[in-house]
Structures are given as C-alpha cells and as structure tokens.
Design a protein. Structure first.
Length: 132
C-alpha cells in the first residue's frame, strides 16, 4: 500500500476518534442511562469542551471527503509522488494537532493549523491537476 493510502487510512482512524471523543464527553454530562434511552427529552446543556469537540469533528467532516477524493484520484491516476506524500502527511499531522487546540480553545494557532491542513489538501490536488 502506498504512503498516501496509508495516511488516508489513518485519517479515517482520526475520524472515528473524533466521533468517539464528543460522545464520551457528552456521556459524562448526561450519564449512561440517558444515552441508552431513546432521548425523547432533551438532556442537560452541552458542555464547553463537548461543544468544541463537536465543532472540531464537523470541521474535519467538511474537508475529509475532499481529502479522500484527492488521495484516491491521485492513486488511480498514478500521480502519487513527493507532492502527494507531503500534502497527505501535512493534512493528517495538522488535523491531529487541530483537535486538542480546538478542545482547549486556543485561538489563532488553531486557525493557522487549519490553514496548514488546507495547504496539505492543496498539495495533493496540485499533484493531480498540474502536468509534471
């Protein structure tokens, strides 16, 4: 398996982790009995960290389909190389860093890290679109 596909697989692991994190925090807020119920009644208000983790998850889920498509197109088209390896690595590394920054409520640095993840995605897309 190529480096890019391996990074893609780890990005999916990150997505699962980002599904579980807010669920675990919310479980602490509501209790197991509420989460096991049909949740017909609203639970207690969402906590600050749980809300941040939910927003971090939503942010990943906005860009993850684009990353998946870009990596798969590069693979199928035989365009994998230095740009795709660098771009995919940058995307995953920054997405991992982004989660605790968001959970801790750290502004500006979080935005810069997000921008770096977009640069990683752009590198993969450039490898697909530019005729090298």
């Amino acid at each position: 398996m190529t480096l890019e596909l391996t990074i893609l697989a780890w990005s999916l692991v990150l997505a699962v982790i980002q599904i579980m994190l807010p669920a675990m925090f919310r479980n602490r807020e509501t209790g197991v009995a509420y989460n096991a119920s049909a949740r017909d009644e609203p639970g207690p208000p969402v906590g600050v960290v749980t809300g941040r983790l939910r927003r971090a998850q939503a942010n990943l889920f906005e860009t993850l389909p684009l990353f998946i498509a870009a990596v798969l197109i590069a693979h199928v088209a035989g365009r994998e190389g230095v740009l795709t390896a660098l771009g995919a690595s940058l995307f995953l590394a920054t997405r991992v860093i982004y989660v605790p920054l968001y959970a801790l409520g750290i502004p500006y640095v979080r935005s810069a890290v997000w921008l770096a993840s977009m640069a990683g995605l752009a590198l993969v897309m450039l490898a697909i679109l530019l005729p090298f």
